[in-house]
Structure formats: structure tokens, C-alpha cells
Design a binder for this molecule. Structure first.
Ligand code: FAD
Ligand code: SF4
Ligand code: SF4
Length: 327
């Protein structure tokens, strides 16, 4: 939720809802929050009367108690950059980074695979620049065993990577992106400051195509309905015409499924917008043009005619799948 700009169906600011709750949880005297941690093992004791949970807190190489989140280390770090996970690869980050501005706790952490000091013993710039001396290059993973009576698993889900889909270029077309990447482009605190720019050349796309059921309700990929794509694509279409004046959005759908309160009204509102079109069709093929645009062929179910349309940017709404860390 922290990655989203707005939420359907009210278009409330996502982080404005989430940030105060994260802070409240972190400060609550009866809640013990273990961040940057993974559950390694769960063991039932006394025939399930209670459980022993082994949690590993990953090393941050930064003392989280002392770090003020000032970001001086990030500005000065000379490491090479890699695609930023929080921005779904649409932006870049360095070895030392603060995952996102409202992170709880808002502290830096070092990626050991990138850090020049941890890899080769060179650099050490962050330790020299940090005004509160909180860099700990000798930090180690910490294992804690906690006894609990019950466990709520809330590990969420991921969206399937577009590169697993042949029909849409297997990730080779720069301007075919995932729905979560598109959420990052729409977000004011995202890599483009909320201006939608296509990855190949940074131009603002005017013709944006969105493909729903890109892999969902398909026996060869995932046979189930992901349930949220019809509504969050509608949200993204409404945000697009607001963020990018002059843009037009075409949503290709299998059939529209809206289950929640106020969702149908939300969809009807979008369908009345002249800049948003809903097309009943699942695109058959996508070709990349020399300028990076994408020509999509599809059969419009209303006319049964084969149509070719070119888009500047194509957003795939792929199936939601179990979170990779929940196995
Ligand atoms: C692109 C997109 C747009 C959406 N837009 C909207 C919208 O506008 N409005 C709306 O109402 N809903 C929207 N949704 C749906 C909504 O985001 C989800 O339903 C909601 O985030 C689910 O919350 P959750 O807490 O169950 O899971 P998540 O938000 O997925 O959180 C699960 C957390 O568990 C952590 N985790 C996973 N495994 C482990 C482990 N082993 N140990 C420790 N931690 C772990 C993950 O890192 C993650 O932080 C959207 C979803 C997507 C994908
Ligand atoms: S020591 Fe590592 S994290 Fe610190 S500034 Fe150098 S490369 Fe960056
Ligand atoms: S590690 Fe030091 S310099 Fe970096 S954010 Fe924390 S306090 Fe600031």
C-alpha cells in the first residue's frame, strides 16, 4: 500500500492513510515491531498450545537507534546504483539507502552486495560523513526466538512478472510495464515525481493501453480472477487523465468484475470520461515499433473485427500470486 499513489474507490492518498498507522504501531507500548526481519522457523510446542518462532533480524550495518534518517550518507555514497526495488525498478538506489521517505523506522541500511567497504574494504565514506556515527560495518544477523499462542499470517501477495508472458514481449519491450511499475510512475514521491514518463526515452506518453487479465483467467497461466484489476486499472485511468493532460487511456478487458462497495459506481464514473475507453477484448499480439511504441492487434468483441492500434505505453495487469516470501 505504501507504493501506491491513491486508493480506489475514494482516491484517498494511500500513504496518508498508512503512515500514521505505521507510526502508531511502532510506538505502541504493547506492540513489538521487528522490521527488516524474516521468520525462519515455526515450531509447535506442547501439542500446539503455543509456538516457538525463530526470527532473524537482518544486519542493517547502521545503528537504527541512533540513525536520524538525515540522508547525508545516501548523498555521498559513491557505490554504483542498481534498480530500486521499492520503485519496481523504475528508479535507482545506492548501496546505502532509505527504502522510502515514510519508512518506519526511517533509517538507512547498507546493501552488503554493493557496498565498497563491505565487499573490498575500501571507501568508508558514509562512516566519515554520518553526523551521529551510527555506521556499523561489523553488524551481524540477530536471531530471536519468541513464544506465541497464535499466529496471523499476513504476507500479502505479489503480481506476476510480465516477462513470464510470451504474448507481450517477455519483458523485452521497454514500454510494456507492470501495473505496480505504473503505480510508481503515478506517485508524486515516485521516481518521476508523479509525471508519467515512458521508460525507453522519458517522453510523456499520450496513448496509454492497459491490458486486464494479462495471464489471469487463462488455463495456461493462472486460471483464476485476480479480483482487483478491473477496479485499480480504473483508478489508474482516472489518475492518468488528471496527471497527464492530453493523454488517452484504452482499457482492454475480458469482462468487468467489480465486487466491493461503491466499485460499480466508480467504474461507471470512469466509463463516462471521454478520454477513457473500455474495449471488450484480450489483445492477441504486440509488436514493438522502431520508436519504442507498441502496436497491439485485437478482435473487438463488439464488432468481431481485427483492429491494430499503436500505443506509447502498455500496462499489463498480471495475475496476483502468493507472496514469494510466504512459502
Ligand atoms: C498494483 C496494485 C494496486 C492496488 N490498488 C489498490 C487500491 O487502489 N485500493 C485498494 O483498496 N487496494 C488496492 N490494491 C490491493 C491492496 O494493495 C492489497 O489488497 C493490500 O495491500 C493487501 O494488504 P496486505 O497487508 O494483506 O498485504 P501486503 O500489502 O502485500 O503486505 C504484506 C507484507 O508482508 C511482508 N512479508 C511477506 N513475506 C514475509 C515474511 N516471510 N516475513 C516477514 N514479512 C513478510 C511483505 O514484505 C509485505 O510488506 C492494489 C494492489 C496492487 C497489486
Ligand atoms: S562504505 Fe559502502 S555504503 Fe558507505 S559510502 Fe562507501 S560504498 Fe556507500
Ligand atoms: S546513517 Fe548517519 S548519515 Fe545516514 S541517514 Fe543515518 S544518521 Fe544520516
Amino acid at each position: 500500500m505504501a507504493q501506491l499513489d491513491k486508493t480506489f474507490p475514494t482516491l484517498d492518498c494511500s500513504i496518508c492513510i498508512l503512515a500514521p498507522k505505521m507510526v502508531e504501531v511502532a510506538r505502541h507500548p504493547r506492540i513489538h515491531l521487528l522490521t527488516f526481519s524474516e521468520v525462519k522457523k515455526v515450531e509447535a510446542k506442547e501439542e500446539g498450545k503455543y509456538y516457538e518462532v525463530t526470527v532473524v533480524q537482518n544486519p542493517r550495518y547502521v545503528d537504527a537507534e541512533k540513525c536520524t534518517g538525515c540522508g547525508i550518507c545516501v548523498q555521498n555514497c559513491p557505490s554504483k546504483t542498481v534498480p530500486d526495488e521499492f520503485d519496481e525498478g523504475m528508479g535507482e538506489r545506492k548501496a546505502i539507502n532509505i527504502p522510502f521517505p515514510q519508512a518506519v523506522p526511517r533509517v538507512a541500511n547498507i546493501d552488503a552486495k554493493l557496498c565498497l567497504k563491505l565487499k573490498d574494504g575500501k571507501c568508508g565514506v558514509c562512516a566519515k560523513k554520518c553526523p551521529v556515527q551510527c555506521i556499523k560495518y561489523d553488524d551481524k544477523p540477530k536471531e530471536t526466538v519468541i513464544a506465541v499462542r497464535s499466529i496471523i499470517v499476513a504476507t500479502g501477495y505479489d503480481t506476476m512478472e510480465p516477462k513470464l508472458l510470451d504474448r507481450f514481449g517477455r519483458g523485452d519491450f521497454k514500454n510494456v510495464i507492470s501495473s505496480m511499475q505504473y503505480e510508481r510512475l503515478l506517485t508524486a514521491s515516485g521516481p518521476t515525481g508523479g509525471v508519467v514518463r515512458r521508460p525507453s526515452d522519458g517522453k510523456e506518453p499520450k496513448r496509454i493501453g492497459m491490458v486486464l487479465c494479462a495471464g489471469s483467467r487463462n488455463t495456461k497461466v493462472k486460471e483464476y480472477c485476480s479480483k482487483i484489476c478491473c477496479v485499480y486499472s480504473t483508478k489508474n485511468a482516472l489518475l492518468t487523465i488528471e496527471h497527464a493532460p492530453g493523454s488517452q487511456v484504452t482499457i482492454f478487458y475480458n469482462d468487468l468484475r467489480v465486487a466491493g462497495k461503491g466499485h460499480e459506481e466508480f467504474l461507471n464514473r470512469a466509463a463516462q470520461q471521454p478520454l477513457i475507453s473500455y474495449v471488450p477484448s484480450l489483445p492477441g499480439n504486440v509488436e514493438e515499433e522502431p520508436d519504442g511504441s507498441l502496436t497491439v492487434s485485437y478482435v473487438d468483441a463488439r464488432t468481431d473485427k481485427v483492429i491494430y492500434t499503436t500505443f506509447d505505453l502498455l500496462v499489463l495487469y498480471t495475475p496476483i500470486i502468493p507472496s514469494k516470501n510466504s512459502g
